[in-house]
Design a protein around this ligand. Structure first.
Ligand SMILES: Cc1ncc(COP(=O)(O)O)c(C=O)c1O
Length: 405
């Protein structure tokens, strides 16, 4: 793998040659091909995809469906089982509203972990409140996080009951950087409890295949996998499609001939959950993003991130006063997924972040969108992707070593 060649495909690195971007868990940078896809939509192809009969419009519809097939194949799915959304957050909200609003009854339970990302947790609180309006009372079962930074599996086993219907969980944790052991969780839950997986931090970083993952819903966004902002994907197991009810209705949907209810065409997930004009340029940008990933190879990306994470971890470990968050440190970085969070006993996190920023090293600090703030906040998070280098890591370590009190 030629890192210089990879970096040369990202105009932002030429624009800011002295900046080190270590905030990839927040968003990934975009290769020129993704920028070109957005640009060419507005300069050459701007029409409403499929709404009109002229070629520019019909061709765009074909390209949208090609993009759908491409993304589906990328995660081992069928195009009829995925829909486009505005991002991971919308995908996660759709699970709770399209499925939860229509399938949960009083006494049913939803398992979740309050140390997961707010976008994966809050939709279930919102659903609980919505259902209450209709007199339906569901229960949320918070699962404890193990001090290592993964779920306390024993607590999952002890907490599940005959009324537990679904568990919301993350694939790779956005702050602790661990693989959250979805296969183990499935084994404990048995086959009747659904799993909604937040794959925001795994797609584009490592192999994600819905045939391998024992889950029922899978949500992720485009912008963390090199595509443009404003597009996300939701995959739903085909066995559940008929149990979903549309959430946003409008252009593209129909009323039953009786005029009494919405006509739900459940032959594809898109027919159930997509309506109105989609974010066409961002959807189209998924194709060059996947081209980019495949030009390197997802396994090479995963190995590179693993190598860089380990290197970063073993160098950070040497720094005086370092305190790691739960996560990679507890397992001696057995496998690195690109996320390491830490702070220093002798310096406030905000000050360290400001110090790094003054050296053009961009990391995340303080607020990490954790639902449960107290424990997880106040960490610096360095997050890596395939274009990061050993030299950048060495520079980070040098700046910390030379400037920390
Ligand atoms: C684990 C996780 N879930 C969900 C999200 C929400 O993604 P978005 O804001 O792109 O919708 C993020 C973004 O940081 C994330 O890291």
């Amino acid at each position: 793998m030629n890192t210089n060649h990879i970096r040369s495909q990202f105009p932002i690195f030429a624009q800011h040659p002295d900046t080190i971007f270590f905030d990839n868990a927040a968003t990934a940078q975009k290769p020129q091909t993704v920028i070109d896809a957005i640009n060419s939509f507005y300069t050459e192809d701007c029409a409403n995809a499929g709404r009109s009969m002229y070629t520019m419009s019909t061709l765009l519809k074909t390209r949208l469906e090609d993009a759908r097939s491409r993304v589906a194949t990328f995660i081992g799915a069928r195009p009829e089982d995925i829909c486009f959304t505005s991002g991971a957050t919308e995908s996660l909200n759709l699970i709770s509203l399209a499925w939860g609003l229509n399938n949960l009854k009083t006494g049913d339970e939803v398992m979740l972990c309050l140390e997961d990302h707010e976008s994966a947790v809050l939709p279930w609180f919102h659903l609980r409140d919505q259902l209450r309006i209709f007199g339906i009372k569901i229960k949320l079962l918070p699962i404890r996080m193990h001090e290592h930074g993964d779920y306390e599996l024993k607590h999952i086993a002890e907490s599940k009951t005959a009324r537990t219907r679904i568990m919301a969980m993350s694939h790779i944790h956005h702050l602790y950087g661990l693989d959250m052991e979805v296969k183990e969780v499935r084994r404990i839950l048995g086959k009747n409890i659904l799993i909604a997986l937040d794959a925001s931090q795994s797609v584009g970083h490592c192999q994600v295949d819905v045939n391998e993952l024992p889950v029922d819903f899978l949500a992720f966004g485009g912008h963390k996998m090199f595509a443009a902002n404003g597009v996300g994907i939701l995959w739903v197991s085909p066995k559940l499609r008929k149990k979903l009810h549309p959430v946003i209705v409008g252009g593209g949907m129909k009323i039953d001939p009786s005029g009494k209810k919405l006509k739900i065409q459940s032959n594809t997930l898109a027919n159930v959950l997509e309506s109105g004009t989609q974010n066409t340029p961002s959807i189209l940008s998924l194709v060059p993003a996947i081209d980019f990933i495949e030009s390197i190879g997802i396994n090479t990306i995963e190995q590179t991130i693993d190598r860089l994470t380990k290197s970063l971890y073993f160098q950070l470990k040497q720094l005086p006063g370092i305190e790691f968050s739960p996560g990679v440190d507890r397992c001696n970085c057995a496998h690195g997924y690109g996320v390491i969070s830490f702070r220093f006993a002798q310096a406030a996190t905000a000050d360290v972040s400001a110090l790094l920023s003054s050296h053009n090293i961009l990391v995340r600090a303080n607020s990490h969108c954790l639902f449960k703030k107290a424990k997880g906040d106040n960490y610096l998070r360095v997050s890596l992707h395939v274009y990061n280098t050993e030299q950048e890591i060495a520079h980070l370590i040098e700046v910390l070593r030379n400037n920390l009190p």
